[in-house]
Write a protein that binds this ligand. Sequence first.
Ligand SMILES: *Cc1c(COP(=O)(O)O)cnc(C)c1O
Length: 466
Amino acid sequence: MAENWRQHYLRALPAVDAAVNIYKRGNPASHYPHPLMVRAVQEIVDGLRQQILAADQEDELAGVAMTPEEVALRVDAWLKRLDKPSLRRVINATGTVLHTNMGRAPLAAAAKRAVDENTGFCGLEVDLAEGRRGSRHDHVEKLLMSLTGAEAACVVNNCAAAVMLCLNTLAAGKKVIVSRGELVEIGGSFRIPDVMSASGARLVEVGTTNKTHRADYKNAIDEETALLLKVHTSNYKVVGFTSAVSVEELAALGVEYGVPVMEDLGSGLLIDMTAFGLEKEPLVSERIAAGVDILTLSGDKLLGGPQAGLIIGRRRLVEQVKKNQLMRALRPDKMVLAALEATLRTYLTGDPLREIPVLAMLSASPEVLKRRANRLAEALRQRSGGLLSISVLDDVSFVGGGAMPLTTLPTSVVAVRHRGGSFSEWVRGLRLAEPALVGRVQENQLLLDVRTVAEEEEEEVIRCLT
Ligand SMILES: *Cc1c(COP(=O)(O)O)cnc(C)c1O
């Protein structure tokens, strides 16, 4: 009978009906449907039951609020939480430009307008000039061809899907040769060997982690080889005693043996950014010119558009990819295509460094960032009523999104200390604000990097903090 106390507590849990009725009497104007109130009470009571079952000793349960009246008091908060959007806007003051957990690339104004224009009916798969069936890929194919010099292009949900679809189309049941130095993992579930087996292709590893030579690829080619695959090691670098086969060499080998060369570029940069202190990344057009037959890249990394996977290269191969049954499962919707089309057009006819937020953030000069940080710090000093201690520090920002892991960009951050109260509670409060404010936490101070904060958001940052 040692567990008597536990039985006692379990029996004392309120009946659902009783708590619902008390809630209804206390909140006669509540507009929530009855079944939702029942669900709220059930979940609250269930939480209490788990708490009782998990307790090691009776005194852990002393003071736990579990009368029907006390449960009814929690119902309103439960219902209001359900009514609030879970996906909320965040002001990203972390300085990490492509923050995968915070939605990667913020969209350009033109892309937002294009999405807004096309949420209703649109010519997604209609050729409006001819009045017949069209293809959703048409909206971006010509733009991608003009931007990269490729013969053809199509779009899927993300780059992982693009890799999967290309491998399945071009190499299911056959061999794909990859260097051991390029068997990458990108964030949890995307690992080249796993994607390869899921696609039905057979991975043939060649070379070593640090060195792979032309002969390694050449010796592995046989009549079952469908592809030579190069994977951009976007989120790590092998340094020291290393060598890899260039795409030009690999393309030449592919031509010699009649095996297409595919490259998973991951990020995929359309314009050179080295002038702004970014490391040299392969440009998509350079890879096409080098003879790569099919390329995959993300829409929402350095390209600065919506989440999408772009497949570009030789017409013969891209047409095969478009006809794969899996395309239906992986195809993008009208809003993604609208945003992507507008983003790509900005590269061709607009001012991408100014209009595409990712590129604008990456190319912001240290002087401009310092000026903005000083201005923000001054406004905070004036309006925080002495509650915050503010300074401006030199620091660095990161590209993020698994791209350019070694690149650090000099920036200025506003360092904020909160006088009084718990630091972690204060930071949590900022995360729960509307919009949420997320910065970098370092030794009981919050660092706000203006690089990733839009100028229009500065006033919101001030309101949030004061
Ligand atoms: C990021 C990345 C991917 C995955 O791209 P998603 O668009 O996130 O699916 C695949 N390959 C490489 C090399 C990458 O860097």
